[in-house]
Design a protein around this ligand. Structure first.
Ligand SMILES: Nc1ncnc2c1ncn2[C@@H]1O[C@H](COP(=O)(O)OP(=O)(O)OP(=O)(O)O)[C@@H](O)[C@H]1O
Ligand SMILES: [Mg+2]
Length: 472
């Protein structure tokens, strides 16, 4: 699901689904009324004089032939324009989202160039398609209504041999105009029909993506708050990230995952939070396999503060309330106060009613983190997973958050991921993750004694701290 950019999902789900709405709404009445009208008139014409009527079809045959040529090249051109417009969408989304980075690194010209190139290629592809169809479209449009082409010579011949009256001939000519115009309108929809089938295919592709395999109703519920990973293997795509991870986290304990960047810490957290399914092995909470617990029950057991704190385009109040939709305003404010959010929220233009903006864009990284912690606090779930929950925070707010966290995690099973080792040195158990494996596990003292990697990480951490404390 993640290999496609968000731009192309947005394009399919919003614009392209929206683009078929008019066709779907109009196609049945318009298509049927036009086709039925044409058929009725045609049948009447046959009763007047079937020979001349059939001769009128020469125009239809020619018109159809031209449209058939056009349609035959549709599978070649249409997917190309879809791809090009998707690329254009992605480039536009990337250009706008990354505008700060682009400016900071002086990439305005290259990025704008990339966008212009995508727009140009999109336009070129469309123009080339239309150009290649020009002749056949004009030929088809001209031949379709040209019923006289076959009718006139035949009609004149039949009138001369006395088998057709002048009055019938004039009637047939007038009626033949009434057959072709509705047919042309109806065939105008054939483009739209093939477009609908292509768009439905794209939507089906998205709907067919593999879901988490979770039952509607839980087959069992966790007996306690322990977490157990047995021989967990996991790959986002082909490349395996976790290679047989084993962990046994006791209920009510505080645990930490530490390790180099990219070693798989967040991946382990996401698997426990049920954002992905393991490829093999199992994860159990309270002796129940995650795959036996429904997603709605799962939500009650785990509060997960991710490394990327996502805020919705809602008020600050509602963003915190996501943790517990039945919480009162007082409860939300209470959680905010405990996480050191209250003061900065009150300074926002509309206090708790301030809209956070897309992905919380108007708030600083640290502020977003604190709101995410308040959200988790309000949820009051028995298992708490914190991925770099205090990474953006200054030392002063960190003290506030640490005390909030210590309240949040009282009596709960906690798994926290941290780069600043001093924040986890008191944990009951620290797991050192290296290259998708658990390299060692134990208390801070045990690891300092037994695990070289941990010792090196701790020494590096201490020396950075010392440098921070001694002003240059
Ligand atoms: N959605 C994803 N699709 C593909 N690969 C991914 C995805 N998320 C992470 N990875 C890869 O998985 C590996 C482990 O990533 P993970 O985020 O678990 O590391 P981490 O230990 O949390 O690192 P950090 O300390 O920097 O947060 C990395 O090599 C990363 O590139
Ligand atoms: Mg991470």
């Amino acid at each position: 699901m993640q290999e496609q950019s968000s731009g192309s999902y947005k394009n399919t789900i919003c614009e392209r689904v929206d683009s078929i709405e008019t066709t779907l709404a109009h196609i049945v009445p318009e298509f049927t009324s036009n086709i039925c009208g044409a058929i009725v008139i045609f049948i009447y014409m046959l009763t007047v004089d079937w020979r001349v009527t059939l001769w009128s079809l020469i125009a239809v045959v020619l018109g159809f032939a031209a449209f058939a040529v056009m349609m035959s090249s549709m599978p070649k051109w249409f997917p190309q324009t879809v791809v090009k417009s998707k690329i254009l969408n992605d480039t536009a989304v990337e250009y706008i989202n990354g505008i700060e980075v682009i400016k900071a690194f002086g990439q305005s010209k290259t990025s704008y160039g990339k966008f212009v190139k995508a727009a140009q290629e999109g336009a070129d592809c469309f123009i080339d398609w239309m150009r290649s169809q020009n002749f056949w479209q004009n030929f088809g449009m001209a031949s379709f209504p040209a019923t006289l082409l076959g009718m006139l010579p035949a009609g004149v011949h039949f009138m001369m041999n006395g088998s057709l009256t002048q009055a019938d001939m004039i009637l047939l000519i007038i009626l033949s105009f009434g057959v072709m115009t509705p047919l042309i309108i109806a065939f105008g929809y054939t483009d739209d029909i093939s477009m609908i089938s292509i768009i439905m295919g794209e939507v089906a592709d998205i709907m067919d993506k593999e879901d988490l395999k979770r039952p509607e109703k839980s087959k069992g519920l966790p007996a306690d708050n322990s977490i157990e990973l047995s021989d967990v293997h996991f790959a986002y795509k082909e490349k395996e990230i976790l290679h047989g991870v084993n962990m046994q986290i006791k209920p009510g304990t505080i645990n930490a995952l530490v390790g180099p960047s990219g070693s798989g810490k967040s991946t382990i957290a996401k698997l426990i939070a049920s954002l992905w399914d393991v490829n093999s092995g199992s994860i159990r909470i309270g002796n129940t396999d995650l795959r036996d617990i429904s997603l709605s029950d799962m939500g009650k057991y785990i509060a997960y503060v991710s490394q990327e704190n996502y805020l919705f385009n809602l008020s600050v109040m509602d963003n915190i309330r996501i943790g517990n939709s039945s919480a009162t305003d007082e409860e939300v404010m209470n959680a905010a106060k405990q996480c050191g959010c209250h003061d900065f929220i009150m300074q926002l233009e509309n206090g708790y009613q301030t809209i956070c903006g897309g992905a919380g864009g108007h708030l600083s990284g640290g502020e977003r983190q604190r709101i995410a912690i308040a959200r988790a606090m309000l949820k009051n779930a028995p298992i708490v997973i914190l991925d770099e929950a205090t990474s953006y925070t200054d030392p002063e707010s960190e003290a506030v958050i640490q005390s909030a966290l210590s309240r949040l995690i009282q009596g709960k099973t906690v798994l926290m991921i941290a780069h600043r080792l001093s924040t986890v040195s008191d944990c009951d158990c620290i797991y050192v993750i290296q290259d998708g494996n658990v390299a060692a596990a134990g208390t801070h003292e045990e690891l300092l004694r037994d695990c070289m990697l941990y010792k090196n990480m701790w020494n590096a951490h201490i020396s950075v701290k010392d440098n921070e404390e001694v002003p240059a």
